[in-house]
Design a protein around this ligand. Structure first.
Ligand SMILES: *Cc1c(COP(=O)(O)O)cnc(C)c1O
Length: 397
């Protein structure tokens, strides 16, 4: 039996310039984003400007986490207590959590076999006149047909908040993921495409929305020390009307992120070579269906998803165990028991009166996911595919 021995959660080191800059900042003590001397831009302000430029957007705010970004995005878009918010049933726990935190009521939308949101179910639910928000997760990097998503949002006057936690660096028909929505949110938590331990970004093109987000994030009326921010006049009323929900990013994390951002496109290519090696190895396995990648999508292959539609629950469990025994961490989204990063929507019991969504349940019942850290080389990826293939074949017999 083949065995794999590397860790699926080991990251690459922070680039040396990031470490050097972080050490320099620690020696200076100037870790707070507003501690820069007059006339100087802080590391955080510079990071925001660089990310705005990368996205081709005017405004960016860095903050403490992706979940915080989502929460403040909804508030900044005008969500009121009790407002309904559409979101993917297949998403990560911080998404319904952020909606709950903002005072909204999550309304889960069905999932298609390619792991994207079901646009028919979305259209049906968006037609309810009391629904004004959609938080769209590009879950595990799969981007729904954005032309149709935008059309649905336009028709039903839905405010679109994009959760691009898994699509930083990705795009749809040449436009960067996170720039389609009224607001885009990102995470720089260790297991995303940039790593600062914790962290997040909000981007928007509307100056009132981003001004509110800046004041919510705890700007202490120092919004003139932001680079990727609107004119200070935009804050005239907003500074009085918006509470401070402290959630700033600090200079240390910004210092660690800046050189990583410069490498994001290069890393996308490195991820995609690894993805292609695993995809290739799994492409001829009977009974294994790899999630399709539409032509319009420029994805970042930092993980790979597939389904085993012929497997029942007992075989799924056996499959996960066989891989684990061979050192391959396959995550299963069908487990009723929330484990690690995977929790199925029906385990979020604080969401009351949710639809049963049998289609999402059916898809997740055989949905598997493998992380692809950049610390793996192409031979590692081929070995992982061999092991998975062997285990599918063994259990299918
Ligand atoms: C990680 C993640 C978030 C939230 O990010 P944190 O920085 O961990 O709060 C939101 N949505 C998805 C899909 C994620 O994977």
């Amino acid at each position: 039996m083949k065995r794999f021995s590397k860790s699926f959660t080991k990251q690459e080191p922070i680039p040396d310039e990031g470490i050097d800059r972080a050490v320099e900042l620690m020696r200076s003590g100037a870790l707070h984003r507003y501690s820069a001397a007059d006339g100087q831009w802080s590391e955080t302000a510079l990071l925001e400007a660089e990310f705005a430029q990368y996205l081709g957007q005017r405004f960016v705010l860095a903050c403490t986490s992706g979940g915080y970004a989502l929460h403040v995005a909804m508030r900044s878009a005008g969500l009121k207590h009790g407002d309904k918010v559409l979101c993917n049933a297949y998403t990560l726990a911080p998404v319904p959590g952020a909606i709950h935190n903002a005072g909204g009521i999550p309304l889960l939308v069905d999932t298609k076999a390619d792991f994207t949101i079901d646009l028919e179910d979305l259209e049906r639910k968006a037609a309810d006149a009391s629904v004004k928000f959609l938080v769209l997760s590009h879950m595990r990097g799969h981007i729904a047909d954005m032309d149709r998503v935008l059309a649905i949002c336009r028709t039903h006057a839905i405010c679109l908040i994009e959760d691009a936690a898994h699509t930083m660096g990705a795009g749809w028909r040449g436009r960067k993921s996170g720039t389609f929505g009224d607001i885009g949110c990102f995470s720089t938590q260790t297991y995303k495409h940039l790593n600062s331990g914790e962290g997040g970004f909000i981007t928007a093109d509307n100056q009132e929305i981003i001004a509110r987000a800046i004041v919510y994030s705890g700007s202490y009326m120092l919004f003139h020390r932001h680079l990727a921010a609107p004119d200070t006049r935009v804050f005239d009323d907003i500074r009085f009307d918006t509470p401070n929900y402290s959630g700033r990013m600090d200079n240390l994390r910004a210092a660690v992120l800046r050189p990583q951002l410069m490498r994001l496109d290069e890393n996308r290519a490195r991820w995609n070579r690894r993805y292609a090696a695993i995809e290739q190895g799994l492409s001829q396995v009977d009974g294994l269906v790899i999630a399709p990648r539409p032509r319009e999508e420029q994805f970042v292959g930092s993980s790979i998803q597939f389904r085993l539609p012929r497997f029942d629950e007992a075989r799924m469990r056996a499959f996960i165990e066989l891989n684990a025994a061979a050192g391959v961490a396959v995550k299963w989204f069908g487990d009723a028991e929330p484990k690690g990063y995977t929790s199925r929507f029906d385990s979020w019991r604080y969401l009351h009166d949710q639809p049963a969504l049998p289609r999402t349940r059916e898809i997740l019942a055989t949905a598997c996911d493998i992380r692809i850290p950049l610390t793996f080389d192409l031979d590692d990826c081929r070995l992982i595919a061999d092991i998975v293939k062997e285990n599918v074949t063994e259990l299918a017999a």
